[in-house]
Write a protein that binds this ligand. Structure first.
Ligand SMILES: [Zn+2]
Length: 670
């Protein structure tokens, strides 16, 4: 089961590390009866263990085993306590074991006040009329060793309730006295997670464009049942998209299941999302596709966590990033720039090699595991070309479906399809911490026999990375893109161009992983929001705006705001927040030698918010409104758009937003 931090990206919450190769050592056949009103769980299991080695049976301590039979004999060994579980040893036996267990108990009440992080931190089996979640990590069923297992689960629930586990629905009856459903999962799974609730279930049997028969379902709380059609449409679109790019969908169903808590989990064949999350319109356009794609990368091919999790980066590249590419060049560029900005903000010593990313923890490892990893796939596609890259993906899928695969297996597939040796590429991006910092050391123009040339020397720190560096040459007859192969700490190139060159820019589209210079980063709103010290100036006559402006400043910035009087001279160093009325803001900016209102926002909307840079380099944030009401209208929204450079509001609605073009000027050629 993978947990997803819903507004951002999902995080692989694999608690069990898959064995390097598996022969499906365990098969569970479970029948569970659950009464959400009383939270009483009663269940039986027949478990087949094929491996001959000694193993263990673990069950939550809150549940009690009525009996445990191992190969027909009552288990005599006493269980020991391990955390929240009771664990019984099972001796080695040639031919494995047949285990039978009956257990029962009362699970915890579902805590509707839990947020996503809270749900992540506590794998507790919980139930109630609004919903039931029995995560595998709660040991709600007897877990054998730490093996992967296939399973069959029969779920019995009272009338009005429906239940689901990942897998194929093989049998279902819904009657006045209750609901009965049987699911089978024939592949090795990390665990069994059971969900139930007062669901309205919608089913749509589809034949995909590649000819797979798939049952798509929504298990939605009645309050959001009307969203079902749009989710089914979206899932169908994603399955078609990824079948065309990778290969047939590996399962027979996909379900979107609602949760009463604001959570987000991804499992094979389903995603479990909070009702409040499912209501957000952008989830269908982003996170849902990411989760569907995990049925190929993550749940179809399992990452070998011991040698690094490639699945999050590849899924981010083929979902979140791909959707930006569909939206347009600017959106994709903005995402790349955002990744590089985050990576540039990782303090030295807090970085880690990509190979060390094994998921689950947030913060820095997420920046490396998602952003750096996705960027590695982008550079690989730029290096190999889209066709060879896609062939490599399809080969990897064919060879590794339902197996545990490593970065090395990915490398081999791309090498086989491209005919290139990618050892250096993978080694430098997986093994090294930090990023290369590449710069133009010298650049000039020349002519040779009537041919226009650019002579350029690139420099980077050593040990050097091997980099395919894009260069944009501005000429008197337009721009030309060139690519050079940088292999050492300092290297000179001669580039032939069609007309007299005037300027050259290194990687203007941010397509290579490198440590960005501060000067290359366009200002964004967040820089002032998180600055350690912020001076606030009000540019409006009288005191009528003051309470509202103070409240806005408090919401916007992390630091304690220091207000300066109108007309007082501004301290030079800190970040500056200016709040005011349009005309007075323009006068304030001019009087203080600050950049004027940009054309992209001027003359439109009821309020305008934008980021700029003070002459000394400190960040500047301006909130300019036509009247007091318009200022109040933006207060709640602005803090959510820290990654933007500007916002234009019409009342409470954002009618324009974006990131400024990068200030990274080219090097003028003489
Ligand atoms: Zn993910």
């Amino acid at each position: 089961m993978r947990a997803l931090a819903v507004s951002i990206v999902c995080a692989l919450a694999a608690v069990v590390t898959p064995a390097p190769a598996f022969a499906q050592p365990v098969h569970y056949d479970i029948a569970v009866h659950l009464e959400p009103a009383t939270r009483v769980l009663e269940a039986t299991a027949r478990i087949t263990v094929k491996a001959p080695e000694a193993t263990t049976i673990a069950l939550a301590r809150t549940l009690a085993a009525d009996y445990i039979l191992v190969d027909g004999e009552p288990l005599t060994a006493r269980g020991v306590t391990r955390g929240g579980e009771r664990v019984w040893p099972v001796a080695a036996r040639r031919g494995g074991h047949a285990i039978e267990i009956r257990w029962r108990g009362i699970v915890a009440p579902i805590d509707l006040s839990l947020d996503h992080r809270g749900t992540l931190g506590r794998p507790v089996a919980a139930s109630g009329p609004d919903g039931t979640f029995l995560p595998s990590g709660s040991y709600w069923y007897p877990v054998i060793g730490n093996s992967l297992g296939s399973y069959r689960v029969a779920i019995d629930l009272p009338a009005g309730q429906r239940g689901i586990v990942a897998g194929r629905l093989v049998e279902e009856t819904v009657a006045e006295d209750g609901a009965h459903a049987v699911f089978e999962f024939a592949h090795p799974a990390e665990g069994i997670d059971l969900m139930a609730g007062p669901y309205r279930v919608e089913t749509r049997a589809v034949r995909t464009t590649r000819g797979s028969d798939v049952a798509l379902r929504t298990y939605f709380a009645p309050e959001i049942a009307e969203l079902s059609k749009s989710y089914l449409d979206a899932v169908q679109g994603y399955i078609d998209l990824y079948e065309a790019r990778i290969g047939p969908y590996p399962f027979t169903e996909f379900s979107v299941v609602s949760s009463p808590t604001p959570t987000g989990f991804g499992m094979p064949t389903l995603t479990y999302l909070g009702e409040s999350v499912l209501r957000l319109p952008f989830i269908r356009a982003t996170s849902l596709g990411h989760e569907v794609l995990h049925n190929w990368w993550g749940n179809g091919v399992y990452p070998d966590l011991a040698s690094g999790n490639w699945a999050e980066g590849l899924t981010t590249f083929m979902a979140d990033y791909a959707y930006k590419e569909q939206a347009g060049d600017d959106a994709a560029r903005e995402m790349r720039l955002g990744w590089l900005r985050d990576l540039a903000a990782v303090p030295p010593g807090h970085d880690q090699p990509l190979r060390a990313f094994t998921a689950r923890t947030h913060g820095m490892s997420q920046i490396v595991g998602y952003n750096k990893s996705a960027m590695v796939f982008l550079m690989l596609r730029d290096t190999l070309g889209t066709e060879a890259f896609d062939r490599g993906l399809r080969r990897f899928w064919l060879e590794q479906k339902f197996r545990v695969a490593s970065w090395r297996d990915l490398q081999r597939a791309f090498e086989a399809e491209s005919g290139r040796d990618l050892a250096m590429f993978f080694t430098q991006w997986l093994e090294r911490e930090g990023l290369p910092s590449v710069r133009i050391a010298e650049a000039s123009r020349a002519t040779s026999g009537g041919t226009h040339l650019v002579r350029i020397t690139l420099a980077q720190d050593t040990p050097a990375y091997g980099l395919r560096v894009p260069l944009r040459v501005q000429t008197e007859q337009g721009d030309e893109m060139h690519t050079v192969q940088l292999a050492s700490g300092r290297q000179s190139f001669e580039i032939e161009v069609r007309a007299r060159p005037t300027e050259i820019t290194l990687d203007p589209e941010f397509r290579i992983l490198r440590r960005l210079d501060q000067a290359e980063l366009p200002p964004i709103l967040r820089q002032t929001m998180v600055a350690p010290a912020v001076v606030v100036a009000l540019a409006v006559p009288g005191a009528e705006w003051t309470p509202q402006a103070k409240r806005l400043a408090g919401r916007l910035i992390d630091a304690a705001p220091v207000f300066v009087d109108e007309g007082a001279s501004l301290p030079r160093d800190p970040a500056l927040l200016v709040i005011g009325r349009h005309a007075e803001v323009d006068a304030f900016l001019a009087r203080n030698g600050l950049p004027a209102r940009p054309p992209a926002v001027a003359g439109t909307g009821s309020a305008q918010v934008w980021a700029a840079t003070r002459p000394g380099g400190a960040p500047l944030l301006i909130v300019s409104a036509g009247d007091l009401g318009s200022l109040g209208a933006v207060e709640r929204l602005v803090p959510h758009y820290g990654r933007q450079s500007y916002l234009v509001f019409a009342g409470r609605r954002i009618i324009a937003r974006g990131v400024w073009p990068s200030p990274a000027g080219g090097r003028a050629l003489r």
